[in-house]
Design a protein around this ligand. Structure first.
Ligand SMILES: N[C@@H](CCC[C@H](N)C(=O)O)C(=O)O
Length: 293
């Protein structure tokens, strides 16, 4: 059998994550392997967090992120919390610095088990989201779903947390909207040249909002950390909330703080489920004996 790599099936508030240990290896997790793992009910996931040896001095690891469709992602908040929990359990360290495509991320596991990730600074300029055409005010862009005279969703805020997000604001229950139908249409809308993560958000107070997400390259998920960050900063910059909020995603609450230095700090849990070994090229896998229920 090929030279197998260790993995841990984990989740961040129900966002299904595979943490792949690629340290000491020269290969990468292939898109085909991602699609094969996702096709198996036991290992289906939203993102793979591939931990590689560091590429930059001062970082613990380089992290590569794949969505369940095999596409690459620049950021994954829930997945980063799972990586922190796994490495903290292995090494006893509590503070980590990772390099990702989106930049350098600092993260810390607290004594209560919750994990904070510095998701970096949000980007709001149209060509940093990116959008296909210039919008001077990205707090509200011209995009809608439904009849022209009575749109179901309209005027979203857009932001990048290293990955593109559109947040549609609603007055009613976020579960009253057919995100499974609207999500794929909006994810691949021409206004988003790199596609986008599509969220519906309802502001409950100056300190709390509900949020559901159709994830780029993964579909409906129970949690999207970077969307929670994008929703929080968009709520603040449109005057709907303060800069410290609880974001209720379907899997549970996340705390988001948009610091005065412009960094966005996300805090939440992570959970280990089982471990195994897999072929990073084919996705063929086997469960570790001690993980057999
Ligand atoms: N679930 C992740 C987001 C993963 C990437 C996203 N699907 C994308 O392609 O941008 C999170 O918790 O941030």
């Amino acid at each position: 059998m090929a030279d197998l790599a260790q993995f841990a099936k984990m989740n961040g508030l129900g966002n299904d994550i595979i943490v792949a240990d690629m340290r000491g290896r020269a290969d990468r997790v292939s898109p085909d392997a991602a699609r094969t793992l996702n096709a198996d009910a036991a290992t289906r996931f939203d993102q793979i967090m591939a931990i590689h040896d560091p590429r930059t001095h001062g970082t613990h690891n380089y992290i590569e992120i794949l969505n369940s469709d095999g596409s690459m992602a620049q950021a994954c908040g829930n997945g980063t919390r799972c990586v922190v929990q796994a490495l903290a359990a292995e090494t006893g360290e509590k503070v980590f610095t990772f390099e990702t495509v989106a930049g350098i991320l600092n993260a810390e596991e607290h004594d209560d088990g919750l994990i904070s990730v510095d998701m970096g600074k949000p980007r709001f300029v149209w060509n940093e989201i990116p959008l296909a055409e210039e919008f001077r005010d990205t707090r509200m862009i011209e995009l809608q779903v439904g009849p022209i005279d009575a749109p179901v969703l309209h005027s979203p805020s857009v932001a990048s947390m290293g990955n593109p997000h559109a947040i549609f604001w609603v007055e009613g229950d976020v579960w009253d909207y057919d995100l499974e139908r609207f999500g794929p249409l909006l994810e691949s809308h021409p206004i988003f040249p790199e596609k986008a993560n599509i969220s519906i958000a309802r502001v409950l107070s100056r300190g709390e909002l509900d949020l559901r997400t159709w994830e780029r390259g993964a579909g409906l998920t129970r949690a999207c950390g970077s969307a929670a960050c994008a929703g929080a900063v968009s709520a603040a910059r449109t005057g709907r909330t303060g800069r410290s909020v609880t974001v209720n995603v379907p899997g549970g609450p996340l705390h988001i703080l948009w610091r005065e230095d412009d960094h966005v700090i996300m805090t939440g849990p992570a959970e280990w489920e089982f471990s195994g070994r897999f072929d990073p090229q084919t996705g063929v896998w086997e469960r570790d004996e001690e993980s057999v229920a």
